[in-house]
Each structure stands twice: as structure tokens, then as C-alpha cells.
Ligand binder design. Structure first.
Ligand SMILES: Nc1ncnc2c1ncn2[C@@H]1O[C@H](COP(=O)(O)OP(=O)(O)OP(=O)(O)O)[C@@H](O)[C@H]1O
Ligand SMILES: [Zn+2]
Length: 646
């Protein structure tokens, strides 16, 4: 066994939180022949858990530094480091075939799918992993054959299990009118108010619709311009006016919708003057003046309009302490002032960024003020940042357990004992008191014939074939959703689109010229309703037939992507209301996350009656929460970046 371990050539993909633990445990267990791929360089924020890196390494390649650090205590280990994206074509099937095992320590679904497909095509077992705070898992995926080429041990591949969406959606009327959780206030502050005040002025947000769309308030037509700074308006006067608009007047207006408050506690409008009070601190004096509408020039009583932090200016240094109402109001006003005066160039095009202190401070204060109006618990800056940025803090111990489990599973395969392979889930709480276990190990799942990666699935795509171009199909569906890197598309009518290396310049040019064509207008009869696109990625050896169903008249809020991708259910013609049976396909890969960091979608909610029904249903679901641990485990498998609501 020792010899087998010593000579086994293994590939580690990812040298981050899991990768560092894995590499260390591998070499301490006797592995000596390792190649390591990571595309990133070291950041300061990695140092708390990626212990092969030191401050002096910040900016250097993770793969190279990890290999060097390990060599320092295991000089015999042969470690080859590659700084690069595992999707690069040099890491192809032949490259993968050099290895006995592939071990993943990645953090996104796209790269995991890509490695899964290469392992399938190269016939190399994959040990896959993920962590999310206290939760984590290690799964094994292989198709082992005997000398005669017959399959002896086969498990599911990484893509066999239907993926759960990690998009969190919130009905827009909950966000706009009836928030009842901190997350609702944070989404409002980040997606609506921040975007309205500092983002592109021409974008319409749900905040604008407050008055004119549903006939609320005075019914006056009102565009986004109320949120624009008026000529000659000082930053302080503007901030105070916005405060009054969103925390006083908008709340007063929503109170007039009496139906909403029959079964709910109504909110209380906030008044800036009474919050800031008459008491005197440098900050409140100046802002108090502004709030009275006097638009006094800012006296700058020790405050800097540097545009980097309202908290610094106000002396709020403890990010774990929840601010009181007055502090929230001060941060709200000061952060607006700093935006306008410290970063005038960004106003009108800012996009929320969780690493931007001022933006996070603004969102924290705005959401806390809204929470105060609605009687919802308020959040510390630290917590609000985590929620707004979809951050779940990584736990070094979870990564260490996962690294250890990967090595254990690797050893079972090297020992020729795949019957002992386990998929292991690390739980946060003991869910089954009889078992008293935090590690839940189960047999690997069976492969799914419906899997597009390892099975013989056909997919169905419901899309508007009149208005979707080939380029959009390739970007949105094939690359983003299906994680293909260099797709080829063929139709039954003989049309062909190709990309990738090996094409000469004329061919590249000709293919590029086809991208703007609409699907149903492609040469050779088009790719319209009922037709099939034969899609392939040569590097991944991924091949799938996609049956096209045409549908016009899309509800953008229900399907913001503008298409529905379904499993192997035969496509049906669109019905009168535009629904198709495809959307409900159980294995619909449509639910797979797109891997973006920011996954909040706000959706239009139907009616009050429906909301009330939903509320009842939610109560019921909360009572039936036994399924929760399993669902959470599934979510970990897909990503490491979801919102933890509780
Ligand atoms: N396509 C890819 N090719 C190569 N390496 C990848 C690819 N995708 C992700 N990785 C690497 O996988 C590692 C994942 O590690 P981890 O989850 O700890 O993320 P991190 O970026 O180091 O940390 P954080 O996201 O918390 O800043 C990263 O080092 C990242 O560079
Ligand atoms: Zn599969």
C-alpha cells in the first residue's frame, strides 16, 4: 500500500482552502507524485486558512507557492505546479490520462462540471469536494473496468444528480411593501435604493414604480428623477431629502394600502429630526441643519468626504456591534454625502460591490432603518456585509476534514476496494440523535440515464427562436448554463457553427459572421420549433442533442434568462397560455446555478390573496423541516456561495 501511494500520480485541481489542506494531507500520507492546477494568485484574505501561504507571498501564484511550501517539509515529493485555468485546452484528455486519480478542491460549478467531463472522457476516477461554512462533502465518481473492458464499479457522475438552484428569489411586493426579515431589507437597500441613488439613472428599478404603477399614493406620474440630485442642492440636503422620501413618505404611503395590514403589523414612518434629536455631536449638528432643509454648506466638523468610509468619519469602529437608530441615520446621511462629494465620478454608474466599504455601510444603514420602521431585527455591519455579499465565512476545520476525507477515499481506490467508497457529508448539527454523527457517510449514487454528461439524455430548450440569435444561444445556454468551453452546433439541415483551436482565420471569420443570425433564420432550414441542435464540445468530449421548442411572449420576471432548459421529457407544443410541460421536468438542469456571485432575483409577486396563501404554506413548511439537512447538503455540492438565512 505504501508503495502504491508513493508511486500514484494524482492531479489536484484548486489550491485554495480545500486545496492547501488536501496537498498537505496527501504528502504527509506518503503521496509523492502530484500535479497541481490553480489559476489564481494569493490574496491577503486567503491567509487565515490557506496556511501554505504567508504574507510575503501575496500576489504570487497559489499553485507555485503551495508546491514550494510543501517541498520545504517533504523534499522528496515531486510536485508540478501549473498556474492556469483547468478549462485551458492544454489540460485535455491526454493530460488527464497521465493520472491515476483526480482530486478537486474547487469553488465553482462550471469548473467542477468541466473536470467531471474530462474525467469521464479520460476514464479517470474523480474525487469531488465542497465546503460551505460548517457544512462540507466529499463524493466519488468513477466507471471502473476490468481487463476485458467490462464495467465493474460504476457510480453517478458529478452531473447526474439534479442540481438545486441557489438563486434566492423574493417577491417584489414583499421587498417593496411588506418585508418581514432582515434579508428583505438588505435586498431592498442593495438592489433598489443603492441602484437608484448611485447606479445608472436610466435603469428602472422597482423603487420607481412605488407611486405610479399601482395607483398608490397621489397617483402622480413620477419617474426616477426624484432620486436625482437637483441643481444647487447640497449633498447634505439631498441625503436628508432621500431619507424623508424613503423612510417617511414611502412608509406613509404604504400604510394607506390598508389590505396589507389586516394580518400584519403596520410599519412606523421614521422622522429624521426626532431620530437625530436636539443633542449635539459634530455629526448630528451638521446633518440636523440639513434635515431642516436649510441646505447649509457642510461645515466639515472633522469629517472627511474621502469617499471611502462613513464609519471611519463617524468613529464607528466595531463592525460587530449593531448600531442604534441614530447611528444608522448618521451613517446613512454620511455615506450618501461621501458618495456625492468623495466620488462624484462614480455616481450614476456605481454597481454594488461587497468589497467597497462605503457601499456596504450605506446598505447596512439603509436596511437597518427600514428594518426599524418595520420592527425587524437590525444587523451589525459585519452581518449585513455577509448577507449582502452572499458570503458564508469559510471554516478552516471544515476544509481540513474534507481534505482528510478526500485522501481516505483516494486510498480506498488505490487499495482496489471501490466497494468501500463513500460519499460523506459533514453536518453542522447532529440531525439524527440515534446516530450521534456529524459525518454522514453513504454509498455513492447510481448513474442517471438522464444525465447529459454521462448518460444519453436529450435536452429540451424552450426559447424564442425568432428573436434569439445564434450568438445568444451559444453564450447564454451553451457556455453559461451548460458550461461548454468551445461548442460546436450542427443542425439537421446541414448548418454548422464551430469554435476552438485548429480553425484557420477564414473559418474563424466565417463562423463569427453566423453569430448574429436568428435561430429560425439559420441557413439550411433554421433551428425553429421542433428541430434539433446537435451540440458538442470536443475538449470535454461532451455531446448532447437539444430539441428546440419555440415560445414567444416571455414573462421576464418568471424567466429572467429568457429560456427554459429541460430534461429528457419529449417537448410538447406550446399551449395557449405559453406553458409547456418541459419546464417541470424533474431533472431539469434549468435549476443549475450559473455560478455568479450575485444571485438575488426579485420577482413580481401575484396578489395579496396569494401572498397570504404563501404565508400559510411557509408556516407548514417550517414545521416540516426534517428534510432540511439533506437539502442543505445538496446546496453545498453546487457552490460555496449561498445566502445563509438563519
Ligand atoms: N477554473 C479553474 N481553474 C483553476 N483553478 C480554479 C478554477 N476555478 C477555481 N479555481 C481555484 O479553486 C480555488 C478554490 O479555493 P477557495 O474556495 O478557497 O477560494 P479562494 O478564492 O481561495 O477563497 P475566497 O473565495 O474565499 O476568496 C481557488 O484557489 C481558485 O483559484
Ligand atoms: Zn452523470
Amino acid at each position: 500500500m505504501k508503495e502504491k501511494i508513493k508511486s500514484a500520480k494524482v492531479l489536484c485541481v484548486g489550491a485554495g482552502g480545500i486545496g492547501c489542506e488536501l496537498l498537505k494531507t496527501l504528502v504527509l500520507s506518503g503521496f509523492e507524485d502530484i500535479e497541481l492546477i490553480d489559476m489564481d494568485t494569493i490574496e491577503t484574505s486567503n491567509l487565515n486558512r490557506q496556511f501554505l501561504f504567508r504574507r510575503k507571498h501575496v500576489g504570487e501564484s497559489k499553485a507555485k507557492v503551495a508546491a514550494d511550501s510543501v517541498r520545504a517539509f517533504r523534499p522528496n515529493a515531486k510536485i508540478v505546479a501549473h498556474q492556469g485555468n483547468v478549462k485551458e485546452s492544454k489540460f485535455d484528455k491526454e493530460f488527464f490520462q497521465k493520472f491515476l486519480l483526480v482530486l478537486n478542491g474547487l469553488d465553482n460549478v462550471e469548473a467542477r462540471r468541466h473536470v467531471n467531463r474530462l474525467c469521464l472522457s479520460a476514464g479517470i476516477p474523480l474525487i469531488e469536494s465542497g465546503t460551505e461554512g460548517y457544512l462540507g462533502q466529499v463524493t466519488v465518481h468513477y466507471r471502473l473496468k476490468n481487463a476485458a473492458g467490462e464495467a465493474t464499479h460504476v457510480t453517478e457522475c458529478f452531473e447526474c444528480a439534479p442540481k438545486q438552484s441557489r438563486n434566492k428569489t423574493y417577491p417584489v411586493c414583499t421587498i417593496r411593501n411588506t418585508p418581514d426579515k432582515p434579508i428583505h431589507c438588505i435586498v431592498w437597500a442593495k438592489e433598489l435604493l443603492f441602484a437608484r441613488l448611485f447606479g445608472r439613472p436610466d435603469q428602472v428599478t422597482d423603487l420607481d414604480e412605488n407611486k405610479n404603477k399601482e395607483g398608490e399614493g397621489d397617483g402622480k406620474e413620477e419617474g426616477p428623477s426624484v432620486f436625482l440630485r437637483q441643481d444647487g442642492e447640497s449633498a447634505d440636503a439631498y441625503a436628508a431629502r432621500i431619507f424623508k422620501r424613503v423612510f417617511t413618505e414611502d412608509i406613509e404611503n404604504v400604510l394607506k394600502m390598508e389590505d396589507l395590514w389586516k394580518n400584519r403589523d403596520p410599519p412606523t414612518p421614521l422622522r429624521l429630526d426626532s431620530i437625530l434629536g436636539q443633542s449635539s455631536s459634530a455629526a448630528s449638528d451638521t446633518h440636523g441643519a440639513a434635515s431642516n432643509g436649510t441646505a447649509a454648506a457642510h461645515s466639515n466638523g472633522g469629517l472627511q468626504a474621502a469617499g471611502d468610509s462613513a464609519c471611519k468619519a463617524l468613529g464607528l469602529t466595531d463592525s460587530h456591534r449593531v448600531w442604534n437608530l441614530r447611528e444608522n441615520a448618521q451613517v446613512f446621511l454620511e455615506s450618501i454625502r461621501q458618495f456625492l462629494e468623495g466620488r462624484p465620478g462614480e455616481v450614476g454608474e456605481a454597481v454594488f460591490d461587497k468589497e467597497d466599504d462605503l457601499a456596504v455601510e450605506f446598505v447596512t444603514a439603509a436596511s437597518n432603518l427600514r428594518a426599524a420602521a418595520y420592527g425587524i431585527p437590525q444587523q451589525s455591519l459585519f452581518n449585513a456585509k455577509g448577507i449582502a455579499g452572499n458570503i458564508i465565512h469559510a471554516i478552516a476545520t471544515t476544509n481540513a476534514i474534507v481534505g482528510g476525507l478526500i485522501v481516505i477515499e483516494a486510498m480506498k481506490l488505490l487499495a482496489g476496494a471501490p466497494e468501500h467508497s463513500k460519499a460523506t457529508f459533514i453536518l453542522k448539527h447532529i440531525t439524527n440523535p440515534k446516530m450521534k454523527r456529524l459525518l454522514n457517510a453513504v454509498s455513492p449514487g447510481e448513474p442517471s440515464p438522464k444525465c447529459a454528461a454521462c448518460g444519453t439524455a436529450r435536452l429540451e430548450l424552450v426559447i424564442d427562436t425568432h428573436t434569439t440569435s445564434l450568438g445568444q444561444l451559444i453564450d447564454k445556454v451553451l457556455k453559461k448554463r451548460l458550461s461548454l468551453v468551445e461548442p460546436t452546433v450542427r443542425t439537421d439541415g446541414g448548418f454548422e457553427y464551430e469554435e476552438g483551436e485548429g480553425l484557420d482565420e477564414d473559418e474563424v471569420e466565417a463562423n463569427r459572421g453566423r453569430l448574429p443570425l436568428m435561430l429560425d433564420a439559420l441557413p439550411g432550414g433554421g433551428l425553429g420549433h421542433g428541430m434539433t441542435a446537435h451540440v458538442e464540445d470536443q475538449v470535454q468530449e461532451f455531446k448532447v442533442a437539444i430539441e428546440i421548442t419555440h415560445k414567444d411572449d416571455w414573462d421576464e420576471e418568471a424567466h429572467p434568462e429568457g429560456f427554459i432548459l429541460g430534461g429528457s421529457v419529449p417537448p410538447s407544443a406550446p399551449t395557449a397560455n405559453g406553458d409547456t410541460s418541459v419546464a417541470a421536468g424533474p431533472s431539469a438542469p434549468a435549476a443549475v446555478s450559473d455560478g455568479d456571485d450575485d444571485d438575488l432575483i426579485i420577482v413580481e409577486a401575484p396578489t395579496l390573496a396569494q401572498q397570504q396563501r404563501d404565508a400559510k404554506g411557509k408556516q407548514k413548511r417550517e414545521n416540516e423541516d426534517e428534510e432540511a439537512p439533506r437539502k442543505r447538503q445538496r446546496a453545498v455540492q453546487q457552490s460555496d456561495n449561498v445566502i445563509e438565512l438563519d
